[in-house]
Design a protein around this ligand. Structure first.
Ligand code: FAD
Length: 322
């Protein structure tokens, strides 16, 4: 964990990726096979999302850890890349979170993305906020129980979290998460580099000094863009819609524009020293990430030997050092 932390702090340029455990058809080995070329471009780490419906159900009475997709996928990926495992506390008791953390620790994973999670609407089966009203409570809990064993990441919102009373209060709550032990921040996606710049400047002004990694959505197609933006309450600016709407039926053209936008924003942030890293929301697809990374100069190395199937899928508890 220290090494990953050190590399994030070092100022060296890097990128990381975020993937979602497949729900049904693809299992984790198949997903890894489909992302194989991406790993030849050496992301610093792979973040694995955690969703209440797929990762933590059924919650009571016992979490069937071995069956949790996020944890299974984390075990597979820890053979080839450092893992940042998302853990959203919504719907979980302190005891359950503690059990998950011990399990993650036994797997050799040392990096946790501590999230509160979204409150699922119309779900009467889940008693929410049982253990952790806010992500900062989860950060404190991890610190109290596990000391410095885990490196903790938290979420930041360049345009403010949708539930926040004000941008200023949201920043103050972000600072609370950092003060309680988070080592770095990954942001929600945005479509204007200036939004990230403004956010970083505000964070620095109120005394948040940890690295802030911009979350970059690689637009795949019009429909998913609209769906994801609305699910995350991030408004797509008119300037972006004006380009995409006329070509919305041409998926490849929209995808290419997504790569162009990502390259443009990240190049600007790098060149002005607002960031030395980019975190790509891959939507489990590798092509746009690879194209973006090539343009940004991350993929200059000769591709490594592709991993054999048994190497990708073997269950080892080895910690992958960076
Ligand atoms: P918090 O930091 O707790 O903030 C939630 C809201 O409460 C904010 O409005 C904040 O201002 C406010 N708040 C915080 N502390 C206090 C306080 N003490 N008093 C009053 N108000 C307070 N969700 C998932 O379910 N799974 C994932 O894998 C996942 N990955 C994500 C990855 C990234 C990069 C991002 C940006 C978000 C991700 N999310 C994920 C979504 C996230 O769970 C939601 O945005 C959720 O609504 C808030 O989570 P949080 O950890 O930011 O919460």
């Amino acid at each position: 964990a220290e090494q990953m932390h050190a590399q994030i702090d070092s100022g060296d340029k890097f990128y990381s990726i975020e993937i979602t455990p497949p729900i049904s058809v693809l299992d984790s080995c198949q997903l890894l096979r489909s992302l194989q070329n991406l790993y030849n471009c050496s992301p610093l780490f792979t973040a694995i999302t955690w969703h209440i419906k797929t990762s933590a159900m059924p919650v009571p009475p016992v979490l069937p850890f071995g069956k949790l997709r996020a944890l299974r996928l984390g075990a597979e990926i820890s053979n080839i890349n450092s893992v940042l495992l998302h853990l959203s506390s919504v719907g979980l008791t302190k005891k359950q979170v503690c059990q998950v953390l011990w399990y993650i620790r036994d797997m050799g994973i040392r990096n946790i993305f501590a999230l509160r999670g979204d409150r699922p609407e119309r779900n009467n089966d889940l008693k929410l906020d049982r253990g952790f009203p806010y992500a900062s409570d989860l950060v404190s809990f991890i610190q109290e129980r596990f000391g410095d064993y885990f490196t903790i990441c938290v979420a930041g919102y360049p345009l403010g979290h949708p539930e926040a009373v004000s941008f200023e209060q949201d920043l103050a709550h972000l600072k609370e998460k950092v003060d309680k032990g988070a080592s770095f921040i990954i942001t929600q996606f945005f479509f204007k580099a200036g939004d990230f710049v403004n956010f970083v400047q505000w964070c620095r002004r109120i005394g948040i000094t940890v690295p802030i990694i911009p979350g970059i959505l690689l637009i795949q197609d019009y429909t998913s863009l609209i769906h994801i933006s609305s699910a995350c309450s991030v408004e797509v600016p008119r300037s972006v819609l004006d380009i995409i709407e006329p070509i919305k039926d041409n998926r490849e053209a929209v995808r290419k524009f997504g790569v162009h936008l990502a390259v443009e924003m990240v190049s600007y942030l790098f060149s002005q020293n607002y960031s030395n890293a980019a975190h790509f929301f891959t939507l489990n697809r590798q092509l746009s990430v690879i194209e973006t990374c090539k343009c940004l100069g991350f993929c200059l190395l000769e591709p490594a030997r592709p991993l054999m199937h048994h190497e990708r899928c073997k269950k080892s508890k080895r910690i992958v050092k960076l």
